[in-house]
Design a protein around this ligand. Structure first.
Ligand code: HEC
Length: 257
């Protein structure tokens, strides 16, 4: 029985791997839930740039405000755009799923758990991998999500990315200037941005997307912040308990030995 299970798992493993992004090399990031400034910045970007279409139905504004240490009145004033919505409610949007499907081909999915579904690296790479493609309805395509139904909503920050590469080159190395490991020289980049078409430098843009994905990782597992802290206390408690338990054991056994 065990053997069959292992065989089954091995058969399924490649499927899960390819669902997470095919052959494209993802740009790795290390998320950091202790960096409150980054999380706050990410939440601001999320409500301003993403919640026009996507919702985060498992997340409440109030909980995020508490966890990220943003004063509730600031969240009410600057992050909740629907006048009928209260801070205790979920981060949902009014767009009807049926309309969204008509407009975009696919409805924008709920993003509460997106980084758990795809991984933070995938989301980080995806948001930075739109490029000009006049054959697509929104004039853009995406390296890690071919023929995506989402427009490049961050284009005014990043600039218009025009690629002059074959699809194979794109797949091989589409992200920024990679250093050639043999020569230490910067390799010719596959990515080129129309000059002055974006309001941010490449570093600034990467940082903005990093903060956004950091926030999305928090959202996918809000209790992780608390459980990390509690875990430390539990270990300290166990260490202290051990001293007393050991002393008690010695006391009980002292006449036997
Ligand atoms: C104009 C509407 C719109 C906005 C604004 C928007 N998206 Fe999307 N997004 C979509 C649509 C539509 C899809 C579905 C695309 C598809 O399946 O082809 C999508 C898909 C995605 C996906 C892939 C989901 C999956 O796993 O299949 C991610 C991740 C995503 N969006 C993140 C974001 C983030 C982060 C923002 C804010 C910076 C954002 N989106 C803003 C419309 C939007």
């Amino acid at each position: 029985m065990k053997k069959y299970l292992i065989a089954l798992m091995m058969a399924l493993a490649p499927m899960t791997a390819s669902a997470a992004g095919g052959t494209v090399a993802l740009d790795p990031i290390a998320t950091d839930l202790t960096n409150k400034a980054s999380l706050q910045n990410g939440m601001a970007t999320f409500v301003n740039r993403c919640m026009g279409c996507h919702q985060a139905g498992y997340q409440r504004f109030e909980r995020a405000a508490q966890d990220l240490e943003i004063p509730a009145n600031l969240v009410e004033q600057y992050m909740i755009f629907d006048p009928n919505k209260k801070i205790g409610e979920q981060m949902t949007v009014a767009m009807a799923s049926a309309d969204a499907k008509k407009w975009f081909g696919n409805p924008p999915p709920d993003l509460s758990l997106e980084t758990r579904l795809r991984g933070a690296d995938w989301v980080y790479t995806y948001l930075r991998s739109f490029y000009k493609d006049t054959k697509r309805p929104w004039g853009v395509n995406n390296v890690v999500f071919p023929d995506v139904g989402m427009p490049n909503v961050l284009q005014d920050l990043q600039g218009e990315v025009v690629n002059h590469c074959t699809p194979e080159e794109l797949l091989a190395a589409a992200h920024g200037n990679k250093v050639d490991p043999l020569t230490g020289q910067k390799m010719a980049s596959c990515k080129s941005v129309t000059p002055n078409s974006g309001s941010m430098s490449e570093e600034e843009f990467d940082k903005t997307v990093y903060d956004l994905v950091n926030f999305m990782s928090y959202m996918a597992e809000p209790s992780k912040m608390v459980s990390g802290r509690i875990g430390t206390y539990v270990l300290i408690f166990l260490a202290i308990l051990f001293v007393f338990a050991y002393a008690l054991k010695k006391e009980y056994w002292k006449d036997v030995h």
